[in-house]
Design a protein around this ligand. Sequence first.
Ligand code: HEM
Length: 462
Amino acid sequence: MNTDFPWITYKEWSDTYGDIIYSRILNQDVIILNSEEIARALLEKRSSNYSDRPRFATMELFGIAFRTVMRSYGDTWRKHRRIYHQAFRPEAAVIYRPMQLRKAHQLLVGLLHDPAKYQMHLETHSASIVMSAVYDYDTKPNDPLVSMIRGAMDSVIHAETPDKAAIIDSYPALTSIPAWFPGASFKRHALELKSVLKDMIDTPFEYALDRISSGLSAPSMVSEGLARFQGDASFELAIKESSATAFGAGSETTHSTLLVFVQAMVLNPEVQKRAQAEIDRVVGTDRLPDFGDRVSMPYVEAVLRETMRFYPIAPLGVPHAAVNDDVYEGYFIPKGTSILTNIWAMTHDATKYPAPFEFKPERFFTSSGDLNDDQVAPIWGWGRRICVGRYLADASLWSAIASMLAVFDFLKATDENGKDVDFEPRWTSGIASRPVSFPCRIIPRRSDMDMEKLTSLTSTAV
Ligand code: HEM
């Protein structure tokens, strides 16, 4: 078992055993689905049975069960989904586009000013879009609120390791040991984490309430939720908790996908040139791309799709769980089983995507030269649990990619002799995975592109 990148092992198993695999991992019954067709047959056609999440004893213990992503299938989770849907359904998500373009332009300024810190700029860009769309909060460099939320998220990741869950699930009596008991450091951790999480949930929410009462607020998930569900007190907690989930669900995912894009551009200069030529043809050089250009730039669209296909940053998605016993094609699936979908295997299926390890946006065109209708849907998950931020994320990704390609070349770094520094892509392990830091050189495409010129382009745009 490749424990760092289990999706690779699962794909190898599926080549031997078929597309449905049962395994027992750290005390949990797990079924791994390696085909999109089977994932849809179970998680979409039988969604009332497969929209739950697995339960881990660590969730209650550490106070991390409030998040939409891990909520049990039930009324509170439904409230969370309604709140997200209200703010980020396709017709509503367009409100955020001017803000997303502005953030893309701030990203360009950051890259021009200090290209070596490209990872930090991408991280800041994605975080600031989520904070703005959810709380109408404008992040500043080294923002204290974002740092506090990131710190809390790190503690959550630390608390949530599967081995801790397995130990506590196996010995539930451990949870009754008092915090002062020698060796019960996890109980002290749990108390600390609960207080950190309270700040993470309350502080940005209170900021959003202040903005709303000042009358200055722009639309946000919190303001839309409060307006829509006004008078129903049961929604206030749901608005607080669902919005506190958004940073963890939406910031790193977007930032990681943009890192996949930058790495792909460095390693595939001919793709980059073709996309830039399309942008120059459609947009010209006197302005920056905006959403109105999107339909006229199919190759840029294909680059975005190929980025998502080439490396889905949640390679195994988020586990679903079976509510009741079920039988599928003769396989018995017991109640409570965790269902993992091997999204990475689906986007690397050589019958659907020939040469799957090559970055080829051309695969998204029909023989007559039109974009095909493959939107790489598995990367957003399945059925009733499908990602609720996908329209927001898609617009953040497109605006960042089109803006970066318009202004910069992404090249291999060079050594002291001016020779290219070659590298093999490597990836971080974990439930969410992204490129390990790689050397690259980001330079403006035009020799006259300085801060003054860039500022004039960005200020005419929005
Ligand atoms: C490139 C960016 C993103 C990717 C690839 C992504 C992917 C996913 C995936 C695979 C799931 C699990 C779906 C399932 O269980 O079947 C998910 C769930 C979720 N996503 Fe996203 N996501 C992204 C951005 C966002 C953004 C920007 C937000 C919010 C602002 C967001 C909010 C959520 C929430 C709340 C859930 C939990 C849904 C539930 O459990 O009902 N995501 N996402």
